[in-house]
Design a protein around this ligand. Structure first.
Ligand SMILES: Cc1cc2nc3c(=O)[nH]c(=O)nc-3n(C[C@H](O)[C@H](O)[C@H](O)COP(=O)(O)OP(=O)(O)OC[C@H]3O[C@@H](n4cnc5c(N)ncnc54)[C@H](O)[C@@H]3O)c2cc1C
Length: 621
């Protein structure tokens, strides 16, 4: 079948969050790309939380945006409530989260795919994938065949998908979609190491059946902050969320029926995400906890469906009704979509290079839930990296490998391909050793030059970035050189902030170094302050206040980069290096690290093995 003149370059299997970014990146780089989905009405579906971002995930979205991805723009365009999480803590963990109009988001993303040059979106289930010389041959369930030079697998929770609700179990994808039932066998024939993971989601309930008056309101931040550096008009808050709590009765319903949970009855073999447990998991794992919080979130502006965050379950439907109705405000609740667990096939990601290409299958890439991660944002960033790398390989350009020192994206991919994962991998700020440097507020400073180099940041965006850089530099200089004389007004401010008054002149930077004082407090005395966006002031304040910590982390980053420069040849035969322990030899041979830095993070590779590798590299330089 010929959609493009000449041959197809790249096929992306899956139009979820990974597939979308992969296909857009590849097509924007000029490759003739096709993206396949089982159902066109579920492109960019949000089968769980109707939200983008959150702790560490907000950082991922900002980083993706700085590189030229689509998720941040789409989230801003369809946001209905926005909050910066962890404001009460240090800037390293501030994370943006937006409640999204689920339908609008899916429509916005589908349209972006439809409008993209060099890209075709197609509803078809891929049932077979084989290598044919340097090409790949894909077959759909209709019998159509497509030849291409690279394939990106982004099959999400659909691959071998199986739904569980109590004793009920059937083949299926999320939200009533069909599962992809035949592709796994083709992947197994290619010797791809598949395994089973699982995840779950709570019920969606009818708004009019919930007594919202009885619940605490959770409003958005004012003014809302956008994700994307490309969003000029920030989104408005258009909806609120509510907070509710489980109680002793909820716990009792769960305990009385736990034997009917497919997980506890041993019917599910897949491994679930430890950090996103079901309510029955929480009750069983934390027996002393009196109550668990849940957030009641709107699924959109033109729907009455509400999402019960924190209450995912795979108990039988009638038990779910009983359980939800024990909660204050939910006594009359009507379920519109039943909570369920889903089990699916995914790959052991140690089979991949950090480019997300399979080590043993050149031209084949994996991204998203297929790689063992969980979450929309985790999927999207991998899709982008896989899409760029597939395109770059065909175009003869250098690979894109982000370092742990640059980004959460680099950290996530390094964790997956170096250490693998025994459960669905979710991003957390604690996974980064450089989190004070990898903040959501400075993603543009860390990554936009890379996005520009890739050719995915347009001129206007770049000009705005350069302007922000200039403003940051000027303000930093002004803070270091502006001296406030001691005055009653200044001392009154300092006393009100709970810090010592001054008797001699003091520099603005020194005042900002005091944890109790902020730019906002100093406004009355800081009369020479130019009109600068508040986020720039916040960044300057962070740079000044945490200067010592940042300097220390920057030194560690420098050392990490030194280790990354000690590259290991892709075809190095570790079995022939004497001095390596057997376990290290096997692991190095399997994972094929790109450099000494990555090798040192492989479990089972000791500092002594690293010394052997360093000596080997030195000898063979
Ligand atoms: C029930 C449930 C609960 C979840 N809970 C959470 C949670 O609590 N926290 C969290 O962070 N994340 C959760 N997720 C995960 C989140 O939905 C995924 O991480 C995210 O959607 C993964 O994106 P993806 O692009 O990898 O895959 P998906 O969004 O699943 O997209 C997969 C795409 O592949 C297509 N596809 C698959 N096979 C084929 C084929 N053979 N041929 C053609 N097309 C194919 C599908 O049509 C779809 O377009 C949950 C998901 C589900 C279903």
């Amino acid at each position: 079948m010929q959609y493009f003149a000449g041959e197809l370059d790249i096929a992306v299997i899956g139009a979820g969050h990974a597939g979308i970014e992969a296909a857009l990146a590849a097509a924007r780089l000029g490759c003739k790309t096709m993206i396949f989905t089982i159902n066109l009405d579920a492109v960019a579906n949000l089968p769980c939380n109707p939200a983008i971002g959150g702790t560490a995930k907000g950082q991922l979205v900002r980083e993706l945006d700085a590189l030229g991805g689509e998720m941040g723009r789409a989230a801003d365009a369809t946001s209905i409530q926005s909050r910066m999480l962890n404001r009460g803590k240090g800037p390293a963990v501030h994370s943006l989260r937006a409640q999204i109009d689920r339908r609008a988001y899916a429509e916005r993303m589908k349209h972006a795919l439809e409008l993209q040059d060099h890209l075709l979106l197609k509803q078809a289930e891929i049932i077979d994938l084989v290598r044919d010389g340097a090409q790949w041959l894909l077959t759909t369930q209709m019998g159509a065949q497509y030849r291409c030079r690279a394939v990106i697998l982004c099959t999400g929770t659909y691959l071998g998908g199986k739904i569980y609700v109590g004793e009920v179990c059937y083949n299926g994808g999320p939200d009533g979609m069909f599962a992809a039932t035949r592709l796994s066998a083709a992947l197994q024939k290619l010797q791809i190491p598949l395994r089973r993971f699982k995840t779950g989601t709570p019920a969606r309930v009818l708004r009019s059946s919930v007594d919202l008056e009885q619940l605490e309101v959770q409003p958005g931040d004012e003014p809302p902050v956008p994700f994307s550096y490309d969003t000029v008009t920030p989104p408005a808050n258009k909806a609120v969320c509510h907070i509710a709590w489980t109680n002793e009765q909820t716990r009792q319903v769960i305990l009385d029926n736990i034997h009917r949970s497919p997980l506890y009855a041993g019917r599910i073999e897949g491994i679930g995400p430890r950090y996103c447990p079901s309510i029955e998991d929480k009750i069983m794992r934390f027996p002393d906890k009196q109550r668990h919080q849940l957030f009641i979130e709107p699924c959109g502006l033109h729907t009455e469906e509400l999402y019960l965050q924190g209450m995912s379950s795979s108990l039988p439907e009638e038990v779910q009704v009983q359980m939800y109705r024990t909660i204050r405000g939910l006594e009359q609740v009507q379920i519109m979509r039943t909570a369920y667990a889903i089990e699916y096939d995914c790959v052991d990601p140690t089979a991949l290079y950090a480019t997300l290409e399979f080590i043993d299958l050149p031209g084949l890439y994996g991204a998203g839930q297929f790689n063992g991660s969980s979450g929309y944002e985790e999927a999207a960033v991998q899709g982008f990296v896989a899409g760029v790398n597939a395109a770059h390989k065909l175009l003869g350009r250098p690979p894109l490998v982000l370092s742990r020192a640059d980004s959460y994206i680099g950290t996530l991919i390094d964790d997956l391909v170096t250490k693998g994962c025994n459960e669905p991998y979710r991003m957390m700020t604690s996974r980064s050793e450089y989190r004070l440097v990898l903040r959501q507020d400075n993603a543009d400073q860390r990554l936009m030059a890379t996005g520009r180099q890739l050719g995915l940041i347009h001129d206007d965006q770049w000009a705005r970035f350069e302007n922000r850089q200039a403003l940051r530099k000027q303000e930093l200089q002004r803070a270091q050189t502006t001296v406030f004389p001691p005055s009653e007004q200044l001392n009154a401010i300092l006393t009100a902030c709970g810090t010592t008054p001054v008797t001699t002149g003091i520099r603005l930077a020194e005042l900002l170094r005091r944890p109790q004082v902020s730019y906002a407090d100093l406004t009355p005395v800081d009369t020479g302050r130019p009109a600068i966006p508040p986020e720039i002031l916040e960044q300057v304040q962070t740079a000044i206040r945490y200067e010592g910590y940042i300097r220390r982390q920057s030194a560690a980053i420098k050392e990490a980069r030194r280790m990354e420069q000690k590259t290991l040849p892709a075809d190095l035969d570790y079995t022939a290096i004497s001095g390596l322990r057997l376990e290290a030899r096997e692991k190095l041979q399997k994972i094929r690290p790109a450099h000494i830095g990555q090798a040192s993070r492989i479990s089972g590779v000791s500092p002594a093995d690293i010394s052997v590798l360093l000596i080997y590299l030195e000898k063979n330089r």
